[in-house]
Each structure stands twice: as structure tokens, then as C-alpha cells.
Design a protein around this ligand. Sequence first.
Ligand SMILES: O=C(O)[C@@H](CO)OP(=O)(O)O
Length: 291
Amino acid sequence: MFSSSCCSSEKSTSIRAKDPPAATVATQAARRMSKYTVVFVRHGQSVWNLENKFTGWVDVPLSEQGVSEAQEAGKMLKEHKYEFDIAYTSVLKRAIQTCNIVLEELDQLYIPVEKDYRLNERMYGALAGLNKQETVDKHGIDQVMIWRRSYDVPPPPATEDHEYYPGNFPWAKDIPKDKLPLTESLKLTLERVLPYWNETIVPMVKSGKRVLIAAHGNSIRAIIKHLDNIPEDVITKIDVPTGVPLVYEFDEDMKPIKRENAAEHLSGSYLLNPDELKKKIEAVKNQTKAK
Ligand SMILES: O=C(O)[C@@H](CO)OP(=O)(O)O
């Protein structure tokens, strides 16, 4: 079964609180009503995160640090006694590796794992392969932040002559040409991910299966925007750290229930203490800096 406690700071509240504040009582009541739990994990650091390159659909592996982060994610879940019936991941090896490492740590490699390109990272268009900071130096921080974090402005497209044109990826051969994106904004990523969430993952959750999703910074941002109805101008400021489990609880209508220690703007909470979490989120933000 899923454990009811989530993180170190939650543990300390139970020691501290003789007369829990009203908010805690409300959260505890909400938790009793929670029916389903889904855990998201962004893959650990990839070799292109390490080299600070825009990646998107390019299929690069985890770095050494990324492998350790995925192991840590698995250990966190094990510590809190999470178990899963099925896992979903993308067709990109950094997410698949993360999924396998997490399941290995949990000693649950036996569960089915479904891979689908609709959980892929956003397709980063012609920026794929470029160094993020060099792109800032060339185009300016404002332009790069529009490409990187605006809700609906996609980067320039990767046309057929581009080194990372997605039609050349072996795993993409069955994607119909009209569905093959040459670039994606977060909005387009959401439009790709959401049908998979609604039609494949939600029915599985509602059937009582305990679901793990190992995916990517922007495919997870897209899903949480949908789950928490996060406004367009707020989701632009939200970054997902690498290799930290993010736990969501839902009521029977799949409406998220706010967890104690929920991350800012989210109903879900990360299984990491706030200081470490902040450092990991800053590391993502700092991939592009103003000069
Ligand atoms: O390059 C990418 O594919 C993504 C994730 O690493 O980057 P960003 O965080 O800049 O959207």
C-alpha cells in the first residue's frame, strides 16, 4: 500500500504537533478522503543536461549523477513504502533508465512498463543540440526565456535538413507525419500528453492500479498544469527538479487533493526536504542566465 506519510518535514510535524493547526486538520481530513495516488519522477540528470544543451526529443542517456539521482528517487520511495502496479514512461532512454533504476531500488522490476512517445519531453525544434547559455549569448535572455518557458511560443522548427529532425529517430517511424512535431511549445506538449493521460493513465488509476510515471521536465509540467489548473502566466515560473518523486493524491473524481507540504502552486508534494528541493529547482532555472 502507499504510505500515508510523505517526507521528512511531515514526519517532524507529527512529533511536534500536540494541537495541530486548523490547516493540518483540514489536510489530514482531505487525505482520508483521498482515493488514488500517482507518483511522477522526472528523469535524473542526462549527459546533455550536464553539457547544458537543449535536448527535447534527442535520445541521450543519463549522466553518472543522473543514475545516482534515479537511485536516490527509488530509495526515497522505498523509505516511504511505495509500491506500484504499473509504470508509464516515454520512449527516451533517460526516462526509461530512470524508471528501471527506480523499480530496481524498489525491487519491483516485475511490474509492466508502458512506453509511449506522448510522454516524451517537448520537442525543442531547431534549438535541439545547442548550448543553452551560448543561445542566451547569441539571442539574449528575453528571447531564450520565451522559447524556454513561454506557454505558447514554440522555438523555430527542426526541418528535414536539421541534424535532429524527428522523422529520422528510429522510435518515431510509426508516428503519422501529421502528428510528428517539428517544434513544440508547452501548450502543444500539453495537447499531445493530455489524451494519453486521460485515455490511458486515468482509467488505469481509476481501476485501482498504483501508477508510477517516469517522464520529463516539460511533459510533467504539462500534466500538472492540467491537474492543478495552473494559469499560463504561473506555469512559466514552475520548474521540475531531476530525480525527485512528486506525489499526487486524487479523490474519486480524479480531482487532486492538496497534500501537506505541497509544492508552491501544486497539490502534489515532493519527497525531499525544502532546502535540497530548492537547490535542485535552482539548478534547472540556472541553465540560462542573464549576462
Ligand atoms: O532541454 C530540454 O529538453 C529541457 C529539459 O532538460 O530543457 P528546459 O528545462 O530548458 O525546458
